[in-house]
Design a binder for this molecule. Structure first.
Ligand code: OTU
Length: 634
């Protein structure tokens, strides 16, 4: 429920306007800025008031915040991409990729040389994994940030990053950077001050005694149970426990302190100065904590994120937020909105596509998407099959329950299936973070290894290999055709397999996610050029699908509907724009499957083209689909 603080907001806004120093701005800049403030101050105040109304210094914090927005307007940043529409994220031209700078290239400078590769593939949304200063050795893949204002010297300089942003923008490629705002590394200057006993900075984090830590531990989920039990790290020198949801060197920030909110917004502005177009809100579910709760997805986390969004709309409205909530589907959706996150990972669809490949059944996929796929107008899913993290089996257990599945047992099956412990499984995944108490676990591996290429090559079995490649085609074919921005993970377009080098590096060996974070070599690219290799086949099918998607506005059609064809193995959906229809049909099984509903009634015509092979299809008579095939009918 939104409370109405109109009167308070108005009063505060008037006072602040008279106190702020607008002298840095030209009169034109001032009028643009005050117009944005006029629209967005109330939303900002409405979100912050419930969080901080009892803080005697709230007015001071608001003033600091607005003044930093004014000063920010003067700062130079790389030129933005000029678009005809504010809703660029709704276009069928969008295709994303997530890359580690040093795994795809060597550093930011040499990543510029990869722009022709992005262009030839059709990538125009590039997520660069965290690239800021971080502890040497294990830094959780860069997700432990020691300074948001400094690029890691291993990757280059701030100028290199800005140059890269300019070079990307010139080619129409948007740059996505992480906003890791739930935690800093324990080497961040705030953490260092806290360690040295500075009370002001200890209040930036959650410091507490043993008793409190124990009480919180009773209700919070363990995220990395193989690394450390519970969510706290004991600091002997201070005899205090500090909240660390992830690794012990990642200290959770204390947003109950308004100074933290203001300080983190200022860091956010520094990220934007580098020229990013999208900020990926890392681990946003964890940002608000209350004793006796799970400390995830709490209502006040939404107040906080909406407040960040209002700040963004005042300071840098061209930038949008992308949510990284890998939680229960109902909770994932709550972060999505024009007043919160414009974009969101779609972890539900990701997990259930893998689920249906394993079971060869689509009922859980249908019923779950039926409930959760629809999101508000002018917000967009970022659809993906694999990312830099593990796969977690997230769905609503009430839905699996109604379908007669036991959630716990089914997750156990999926873990065994994808880690190759299930008889007859095609997958070669690796377990991640097995919980010794509840047996919970997640799965790592590249797309190709999980889909069966690795095992098929090892067995030298052409039939298995054919199936594996068809699975990759199937998953990509759904991902590229569903409403949203399809996001590839580096190497998956090249058919890269799992890589065990990380086991020899003590700073990585404990974290099996590195199995799918391989340094890409000349050889990986060369294999993908050779159509006689599985990698070459995969690269080609990905390229072709991207081209078809980008050439056809139907892939941006707003009307979307899941379609049931009456077969438990088939997944189908249609998109509609005016009188044009795109019908996608996918067979998750290794058998020829027939369906009951006549296609001509769905498409309102008697013949169509399969965009994937240009064949003409008779919609009146077609009632079967080949093993693991996918059709894009239009
Ligand atoms: C994110 O993911 C990042 O994507 C990870 O790479 C980081 O390690 C982590 O945050 C810490 O910064 O635990 O396994 O339920 O799943 O936010 C991935 C949400 C993670 C978490 C998700 C987190």
């Amino acid at each position: 429920m939104v409370m109405d603080f109109s009167f308070e907001a108005q009063k505060t806004q008037q006072r602040l306007l008279s106190e702020l120093d607008f002298s840095p701005l030209t009169s034109k800049q001032k009028s643009i800025f005050t117009a944005r403030l006029e629209t967005n101050f109330k939303p900002l105040f409405e979100q912050l008031f419930p969080l901080y109304q009892h803080h005697f210094d709230l007015h001071f914090h608001l003033k600091t915040l607005l003044q930093s927005f004014i000063d920010f307007q003067k700062k130079k940043r790389p030129a933005q991409i000029k678009d005809k529409s504010d809703f660029w994220f709704e276009s069928n031209k969008n295709v994303g990729m997530a890359v580690y700078v040093d795994l795809l290239a060597d550093d930011l400078g040499s990543l510029i040389d990869k722009i022709p590769y992005f262009e030839s593939l059709g990538i125009n949304y590039l997520h660069l994994m965290p690239l800021y200063l971080a502890p040497e050795g294990n830094s959780d893949g860069g997700y432990a940030i020691s300074d948001y204002r400094t690029v890691s010297p291993n990757l280059g300089t701030n100028k290199d990053l800005k140059d890269l942003a300019s070079a990307l923008h010139k080619k129409g490629i948007r740059m996505v950077l992480d906003f890791v705002f739930n935690h800093t590394s324990d080497e961040h200057r705030w953490a260092a001050a806290a360690k040295s006993g500075d009370q002001e900075y200890q209040d930036y984090y959650h410091f507490m005694g043993e008793q409190d830590a124990m009480e919180y531990n009773q209700t919070v989920r363990e995220i990395f149970p193989q690394i450390r039990r519970g969510s706290f790290t004991y600091l002997p020198a201070l005899d205090r426990h500090v909240w660390t949801t992830f690794n012990s060197f990642q200290w959770d920030l204390n947003y109950a302190n308004p100074a933290v909110f203001v300080a983190v917004v200022e860091e956010m502005l520094h990220l934007i100065l580098n020229g990013c177009d999208v900020l990926r809100l890392d681990a946003l579910a964890f940002v608000w904590k209350e004793k006796g709760t799970v400390c995830e997805n709490l209502p006040k986390a939404h107040n906080l994120i909406k407040a960040f969004k209002a700040c963004l709309d005042i300071a840098a409205p061209q930038v949008v937020f992308k949510s990284e909530a890998i939680v229960h589907p109902d909770e994932v959706n709550k972060y999505i909105g024009t007043d919160e996150c414009t974009l969101s990972y779609n972890p539900l669809m990701m997990a259930l596509l893998w689920e249906s490949l394993a079971t060869r059944q689509t009922s859980l996929l249908y019923h779950s998407l039926e409930r959760s796929f629809k999101i508000p107008e002018h917000t967009t899913w970022v659809n993906y099959i694999r990312c830099h993290d593990d796969i977690g089996w997230l769905w609503d257990d009430a839905i699996s329950g109604r379908l007669g599945m036991d959630g716990f047992g089914h997750r156990r099956f999926l873990n065994q299936f994808y880690t190759g412990q299930f008889e007859g499984s095609f997958a070669a995944g690796v377990p991640f973070q097995e919980n010794p108490v509840n047996g919970d676990c997640r799965v790592c591996g590249t797309l190709a290894s999980l889909a069966g290429v690795e095992n098929a090559v090892a067995a030298d079995d052409p039939v298995l290999l054919d199936h594996a490649i068809k699975r990759i085609r199937l998953l990509n074919g759904i991902n590229f055709a569903m409403p949203g921005i399809p996001l590839l993970y580096q190497g998956d377009d090249l058919g890269v397999l799992n890589n065990n080098d990380y086991l020899n590096d003590p700073s990585k060996a404990e974290d099996s996610r590195w199995v799918h974070r391989k340094k890409l070599t000349e050889q990986d690219f060369a294999l993908a050029q050779d159509i006689k290799t599985p990698q070459g086949n995969i690269a080609q099918l990905v390229q072709e699908m991207i081209q078809i998607r980008k050439a056809n506005p139907l892939f941006a059609a707003p009307e979307f509907e899941l379609v049931s064809l009456g077969s438990p193995h088939v997944f189908a959906f249609k998109r509609q724009m005016g009188d044009k229809t795109l019908l996608v049909i996918a067979n998750m099984s290794e058998h020829l499957v027939s369906f009951e509903r006549p296609l001509n009634s769905i498409m309102q015509k008697d013949s169509a083209h399969n965009l994937l092979n240009k064949a003409v299809v008779d919609l009146v008579t077609l009632n079967t689909i080949e093993p693991l095939d996918i059709l894009w009918l239009a």
